[in-house]
Design a protein around this ligand. Structure first.
Ligand SMILES: NC(=O)c1ccc[n+]([C@@H]2O[C@H](COP(=O)([O-])OP(=O)(O)OC[C@H]3O[C@@H](n4cnc5c(N)ncnc54)[C@H](O)[C@@H]3O)[C@@H](O)[C@H]2O)c1
Length: 328
């Protein structure tokens, strides 16, 4: 393992204030100590984040500053979460190219120069209409038609190239759509699967921007975090690949609505497909084959659809009660 001599990890999580970074930092801090995990982003952190451990401003496009951060803090692991997601990227291709591709080159160079173990997530968006969709295996044709997908394929290939050529400890998981309560999603195509729970408990009505039969791979955020930490900790000798699919469940808007109705029978869902996000979703896999992750490093999800729905409704109820909001 690439740990520091005192067997702890000094890690920086860039783009850490988004949907996934805050929770991942919390888990890593529980295991390695809060001082050893630095969160960075270009956004102002909320006070509950500032109180829990080090936070620094770092623009992924500012290579010299990133290098200073890594050197001064004797960083050994880097988690690169900064990105523009699928729908946001299509609305701003030039910026997506900068953040998702130039930003990636910066962190890969940094990792190579400083012998960092580097983790960068990929996505179902790294596949396209010519990929096998049910299920999508780890290795197959990848011709995505979004800048987000193109940048993620580029990331997978660059990371693997640098691994095989220079021994860079690059690790990459293709996440499904991630579902969370405490941190809002950042403009992906699977965001509806978070909003539907909030709507179910507030107005009782959700207007879905995807068609009701659109099936996509999804995952509870705690499974996503656990997969990330377990994969980062796996000994190199167990990894036959550098980029793995991870799966938990696949559902359509209608199926998640039906499951929510077992708890809240009054939920009404109407469908008003948005052409950009529907086209993106139609080009993505409906299921992931994650058998390699299960075999190589023991990946196993804890949440299926039933568990996800119960947990989301309970967590949102608690949150609304704490915030003094009514529950429908
Ligand atoms: N959330 C999902 O469902 C999902 C699914 C698959 C893959 N992923 C991947 O996981 C990673 C994290 O996703 P997320 O959902 O937390 O995204 P998010 O959009 O919620 O957060 C991304 C963060 O990057 C930051 N950022 C933007 N420009 C930056 C810059 N120039 N320098 C530094 N930071 C910058 C943003 O401020 C934001 O906090 C991304 O790489 C994404 O592609 C997410």
């Amino acid at each position: 393992a690439v740990f520091l001599t005192n067997v702890c990890v000094s890690c920086v999580c860039a783009g850490g204030l988004g949907q996934l970074g805050i929770g991942l930092a919390q888990i890593l801090r529980e295991q390695y100590g809060s001082e050893n995990v630095i969160l960075s982003d270009i956004k102002k952190p909320p006070s509950h984040v500032l109180n829990r451990g080090p936070f620094v401003y770092a623009d992924i496009l500012d290579y010299k500053h990133l290098r200073e951060l890594v050197v001064n803090n004797r960083i050994t692991w880097l988690v690169h979460y900064s990105a523009l997601l699928s729908a946001v990227g299509e609305a701003n291709v030039a910026l997506a190219r900068k953040i998702n591709i130039t930003g990636l080159h910066n962190v890969l160079d940094l990792a190579l120069e400083n012998s960092l173990r580097i983790f960068v997530p990929s996505t179902i968006g790294a596949f396209g209409p010519s990929s096998p969709r049910d299920p999508a295996p780890d290795l197959c044709v990848q011709r995505p038609r979004t800048i987000y997908g193109v940048s993620k394929v580029h990331c997978e290939l660059m990371g693997e190239y640098l691994h095989y050529k220079y021994g860079l400890d690059f690790r990459c998981l293709r996440y499904p759509g991630v579902i969370s309560v405490n941190t809002p999603p950042g403009g992906g195509t699977t965001d509806y699967a978070v909003q539907i729970f909030h709507d179910a408990l507030s107005t009782g009505h959700h207007e879905c921007y995807l068609r009701k039969e659109t099936r996509l791979p999804m995952m509870h955020i705690s499974d996503c975090h656990r997969a990330t930490v377990e994969f980062m900790q796996a000994p190199q000798c167990q990894l036959s690949l550098r980029t793995y699919n991870i799966a938990a469940m696949s559902f359509t808007p209608e199926e998640v609505a039906q499951e929510i109705r077992k708890h809240l029978p009054h939920l009404k869902v109407t469908y008003n497909p948005d052409s950009v996000r529907q086209t993106i979703a139609d080009s993505w896999p409906v299921r992931f084959d994650d058998s390699n992750a299960r075999r190589d490093w023991g990946w196993e999800p804890a949440f299926g659809l039933q568990e996800l729905v119960s947990d989301m409704l309970q967590s949102i109820r608690n949150k609304r009660a704490t915030d003094g909001l009514s529950i429908s």
